[in-house]
Design a protein around this ligand. Structure first.
Ligand SMILES: Nc1ncnc2c1ncn2[C@@H]1O[C@H](COP(=O)(O)OP(=O)(O)OP(=O)(O)O)[C@@H](O)[C@H]1O
Length: 268
């Protein structure tokens, strides 16, 4: 069954999704105008695990990540074909995009807190989803900051501007902001590339902790980071997903020569 939503063409999947699969992606192709940016991507992304996307610059990692919560929809000339199942729902089917983005949150490379207080940064999402009770918002703010392991640092300065925080604190605040609307999945696009090693370690520890309750998908340029924290790794090259395997296997016994060349530093 085909359906057309603005610039997006999709077909329903013929294959049911197993319980442990969070995203089931089938024959995903994405074009920016005449440029074929993602070529026939097929992947099952497990629930409650960290999955890493690696590959050289421009190979399509971010494009693929963004296609998992329809962030490419607004890009002019972008056309997507194929199936992306979240659980049993096709995200390019009838799903409301705001509802999808509530279920699939995103954290970007550069921490991007809103120019408002720490409290309001976290309360922003819940408020847009209709929660206005002070008591409920207080509870959400505390819970989200605790989950992001930053409550103790920030609890006495909730009314202060988020822009006064360090880069690492801002990134954990952005993770807390994503958690505040109770997503199922958190997409992270190179979340530590703008951070120092200590802040990076904090985010990695946090991601390892969060995978108990959330599915995490992370684009990273740092192969050590992928080996440290991810269960699965997908290697992308020129818009193709060349190899996808358990992280340990992909890095110790790559099946494709291109993967081997990349992880051993022969290019990229
Ligand atoms: N909005 C856009 N319009 C046209 N082309 C785009 C757009 N966004 C990305 N591209 C192109 O699609 C390809 C994949 O880009 P993408 O950002 O997904 O790569 P990436 O692997 O995440 O790279 P990096 O590691 O440098 O962030 C690149 O050739 C890029 O120039």
């Amino acid at each position: 069954m085909d359906s057309v939503y603005s610039n997006v063409v999709v077909e329903a999947s013929e294959h049911p999704v197993s319980a442990a699969t969070k995203f089931h992606v089938e024959k995903l192709n994405l074009h920016y105008g005449s440029f074929h940016a993602l070529k026939d991507i097929n992947i099952d992304i497990p629930q409650n695990r960290i999955t890493a996307f690696i590959g050289p610059s421009g190979c399509g990692k971010s494009t693929f990540l963004k296609s998992l919560n329809r962030m490419n929809d607004l890009v002019e000339g972008c056309r997507i074909e194929g199936t992306v199942m979240l659980g049993n729902e096709n995200i390019y089917g009838d799903m409301d995009v705001n509802h999808l983005r509530k279920r699939v949150g995103m954290v970007f490379q550069n921490p991007n807190p809103f120019p408002m207080s720490i409290y309001d940064n976290i309360a922003y999402g819940p408020r847009t989803h209709g929660i206005h009770s002070r008591q409920k918002l207080d509870a959400i703010v505390e819970k989200s900051l605790r989950q992001a392991a930053i409550w103790d640092e920030l609890k006495d300065r909730l009314k202060k501007s988020a822009l006064g925080l360090s880069g690492g604190q801002q990134q954990r605040l952005c993770i807390a902001r994503a958690l505040a609307v109770e997503p199922e999945v958190i997409l992270m696009d190179e979340p530590t590339s703008a951070l120092d090693p200590i802040s990076t370690a904090h985010i990695e520890e946090l991601a390892l902790e969060l995978q108990k309750d959330y599915t995490i998908i992370m684009v990273t340029h740092n192969m050590q980071q992928a080996t440290r924290i991810s269960s699965k790794t997908a290697f992308f090259l020129l818009g193709e997903m060349v190899e996808y395997n358990d992280t340990e296997k992909l890095f110790s016994m790559p099946e494709d020569k291109r993967t081997e060349d990349y992880i051993t530093g022969r290019f990229g």
